[in-house]
Design a protein around this ligand. Structure first.
Ligand SMILES: C[S@@+](CC[C@H](N)C(=O)[O-])C[C@H]1O[C@@H](n2cnc3c(N)ncnc32)[C@H](O)[C@@H]1O
Length: 197
């Protein structure tokens, strides 16, 4: 499977996943659950979820492999400039290891081909502290045009359960009643707590 050149997509403006605003289910979750702590959004893209998390009192940063995405996030949210970092979730810098109370997932996972899912999980394990929360708006079985392989890639609830079957427990799980157009019923809010190192 060809690796995806994410930076090229941002340079070309081919960012069909970006809705110009933060995830509605995440906004609803943070409104209902006043949580605090150090948070990271892997694959943050243009940074909307980082901005949302900081508005809700989290000490949040965004990490993305694409320098263009990070530059665009910094342009959109200049007050949060220092909070956007170029980096690879699969090989996060040492200073990020086990430093975060919260990891926020929004369309990073569904952008990855299935053969990279175990590296995604390993990356989360490296940055989230034991006892920390992985708050995910997981994009389940995204619609794709016929013949279009991805991204986004097919990702089932079963795959999600399997990926985090060991070392995490589910503490919340529901289909949100709010969604961007076209994603209705396809997203799942699942919050996982890391129970082992
Ligand atoms: C489908 S986009 C979603 C972006 C953003 N979360 C949003 O909802 O608009 C996937 C993002 O993950 C980033 N990404 C892919 N692989 C990554 C990796 N290994 N480490 C960090 N970011 C990665 C891409 O550059 C891209 O911005």
């Amino acid at each position: 499977m060809e690796p995806i050149d994410w930076d090229k997509k941002y340079q070309a403006g081919e960012v069909f996943w970006d809705r110009g605003q933060p995830s509605l289910p995440l906004k609803q979750y943070l409104e209902r659950n006043p949580i605090r702590g150090k948070a990271v959004v892997p694959g943050c893209g243009r940074g909307h979820e980082v901005a949302l998390a900081t508005q809700h009192g989290l000490e949040a940063i965004g990490l993305d492999i694409s320098p263009t995405a990070i530059a665009e996030a910094q342009g959109l949210y200049p007050d949060l400039k220092e909070r956007f970092l170029v980096g690879n979730l699969f090989d996060p810098p040492q200073e990020m290891h086990h430093r975060f109370d919260i990891v926020i997932e929004h369309t990073c996972m569904s952008g990855l081909p299935p053969n990279l899912r175990s590296r995604y999980r390993h990356g989360i394990d490296l940055i989230l502290r034991p006892g920390g929360l992985l708050i995910g708006v997981w994009f389940i079985n995204p619609a794709r045009a016929i013949g279009h392989e991805g991204p986004p890639y097919t990702f089932s609830v079963e795959s999600l359960s399997e990926l985090f079957a060991v070392g995490y427990e589910i503490i919340e799980d529901y289909i949100p009643e709010v969604a961007f157009e076209g994603r209705e019923g396809r997203e799942r809010v699942r919050v996982l707590k890391r129970i082992s190192p």
